[in-house]
Structures are given as C-alpha cells and as structure tokens.
Design a protein around this ligand. Structure first.
Ligand code: GTP
Ligand code: MG
Length: 320
C-alpha cells in the first residue's frame, strides 16, 4: 500500500464503527465529532458528557482500533514533510515572510481588523493556486467556504485576468460553499474529502473561521464549549491538509477590546485555541492607503518579522 493510501485510510466516517445508532451519531455530529480521528483523540470525560460513559469508552476504543493509531518514525515524518510545497500570495515580501509562501500540510491564519485585507488575500490565493508550479501555484483548485457572504466572483475574474488566467476557467476551479452556521461549516469540512479528490483541490479557504462561532456562543458559560468545538474543527482542517498535502487559509477578525488595559488590546477573540492549532499566524494591520503590514505571530519555525504588501486593482502585490 502506498503511503498516500495508508494516510487516506485514516479519514473514516463515524458510520464505520459497527453498532452505533443514528441518535448517537447525531449527538456526536452536533458536538463537532465528524470523523474517527476526532473520536480517537477525545477524552472519555468530554465524550461521556455527550453519550454517557459506557458508550464513550466503547467509541474511543473502537475508533482507535479502526484507525490503527500508532507511531510514525521520524523517517516517515521526514518523507511526508518533503512533499510540502508553497503557494505564492502575489507579494514576494509576504511570501518571504512566510518562508516562501503559504505552505501545504499546514493551516495559515490571517487575523486583523476590518478592511485589513484578509478576504482579498483569500481571493488572490484562490486564483494563484491554479497557476503552474513554476509560477508559484499548485496546479489545483480551491474550496472556498464563505461564512460572511463576502465572496465576489467579479473580483476573482479581475485577479485571474491580471495573472493571465482565463476568468471563466478560474471561476470553475473554485468550489464555493456558503456556510450558514457552525454545524453547517463543520459539515462542509466533513464532506470535503470527496470534492478534494474529484476537483484536485489544493487549497481550502474559510473566510472567516470564527464569525459563526462568535455569534452562536456568546455567554460566558458557553466559552469552553465553543473553544472545544472550534478546536475539533481546526483539527479536521489540519488532517485534510496533511492527508491531501494541501494548504489551508483561514481568516479571523480581531475586535478591539477596550476592556483590556494591559497587553495587546487587539488580541483575537478566537483566543488561544486558534493560536494553538494554526500552524502559522499572521497579524495584518493597515498602513497608508492601500499598504498593509503583516507580522508573523508565534510560528513553530518561521522567524518573527514584518512585511509590507499592497492591495492593488490587480490584486496582492509588493509595494512600488
Ligand atoms: P473584514 O472581513 O471586514 O474583517 O475585512 P477584511 O480583512 O476581509 O478586508 P478585505 O479583504 O475585504 O479588504 C478590504 C480592502 O481591500 C479595502 O479597504 C480595499 O482597500 C481593498 N479592496 C477590496 N476590494 C477591492 C477591489 O475590488 N479593488 C481594489 N483595488 N481594492 C479592493
Ligand atoms: Mg473579509
């Protein structure tokens, strides 16, 4: 069996565990458990709250067995990492900041305030991914999950034309889905495997990953639940990135927090969970007119630093 198939085996549906009733499946889904890996890595305690302790133990054991969870050697990790490729943002300065572009097998999060360019960067990546490898692309399609209704096909056409792509073809290579709430957003990611294979998807975008979570879980008492669910969602994205060697780009709007007197007043409300699971986090802020400043925030191996880029009529570019 090739390495890829062995990996693919690891994304299994909940239905693959024998003897689990529809009601239990539904409860699990509602809580954000969308595949066997989510169950296999859950704690008995958190699962017990959803399905009761006996079932929780049974589910965790069965999913671990089905997944054949074991260890990878450093050599396996090295082989997998060798396949990492990078996607250009359109700006050399921004690419350099990211170590050569947005990388596959990783989740890259851009956060920043209103109008800082998170969505525009997403549009640019959605067309750039279609470019030949020699031009910084990944020769594949994009899955665009829109939670805020800000997707603009007209703008995609402009960006495609500016880099010499046929605008009609460019639109056809972007699979679009509007997510209406957190459960729907999670479900779209759960169902993504099929479309990834069918359409040769090399980039998944969620713009924004946090807005529905914020809107639905507002009370203080719900914070822990929100973080857990978001956390599992991000895990699912990371797994897709690893298994299909694709890039994931997510956005997260930061809100000013006047209640915070010390520390960073623009700390993202998504909180530490996002920080923990996004492999690379980039904070973007506005500068003069169409210039933006990007800064790397706690990346496992990228050095800290800043880069300037511009949002031009042609798209994301270096500043003149
Ligand atoms: P929120 O989603 O509100 O948090 O903002 P965002 O970070 O997604 O910002 P977005 O990517 O929407 O960036 C908005 C900025 O991009 C605007 O201030 C414009 O300067 C620029 N922009 C948006 N659309 C166009 C366009 O069609 N042409 C050009 N030249 N610039 C655009
Ligand atoms: Mg936006």
């Amino acid at each position: 069996m090739s390495n890829e198939n062995a990996n693919e085996k690891k994304i299994l549906a909940l239905e693959d565990i024998p003897g689990v009733g529809q009601k239990t499946l539904e409860k699990l889904r509602n809580a954000g458990f969308v595949d066997l890996m989510a169950l296999a890595t859950a704690s008995v305690k958190e699962l017990s709250e959803i399905v009761g302790e006996q079932t929780a133990i049974k589910l965790i054991e069965a999913s671990r067995k089905a997944l054949d969870i074991g260890f990878e050697t450093a050599a396996d990790v090295y082989e997998r990492r060798k396949k990492v490729v990078r996607l250009t943002t359109g700006s050399k300065a921004l690419d350099n900041l990211l170590g050569g572009g947005i990388e596959t097998q990783a989740v890259t999060e851009f956060h920043g305030g209103f109008g800082c360019g998170k969505t525009q960067v997403g549009f640019q990546l959605a067309v750039n991914v279609q470019l030949p490898v020699s031009e910084g692309g990944l020769e594949g399609g994009c899955l665009f999950i829109d939670t805020e209704g800000t997707f603009r096909p007209e703008r995609i056409r402009e960006l495609a034309e500016a880099i010499g792509l046929d605008p009609d073809e460019a639109l056809k290579n972007i699979v679009y889905a509007r997510a209406y709430n957190t459960d729907h957003q999670i479900l779209l990611v759960e169902k993504a495997a099929e479309i990834i294979k069918e359409k040769n998807i090399r980039l998944i975008i969620i713009d924004s990953v946090t807005s529905h979570f914020r809107a639905e879980y507002t009370g203080r008492g719900e914070l822990a639940e929100r973080q857990q669910k978001l956390n599992r969602h991000l895990h699912a994205l990371q797994r897709l990135a690893d298994v299909y060697n694709l890039a994931v780009y997510i956005t997260n709007q930061v809100m000013a927090r006047p209640d915070v007197l010390f520390g960073d007043p623009t700390a993202p409300v998504g909180g530490h969970v996002l920080g923990h699971f996004s492999t690379h986090r980039v904070y973007v802020r506005k500068s003069k007119s169409n210039t933006r400043i990007a800064r790397i925030i706690d990346s496992p191996y990228l050095p800290e630093g800043e880069a300037l880029f511009a949002i031009t009529p042609e798209g994301i570019r270096d500043i003149e």
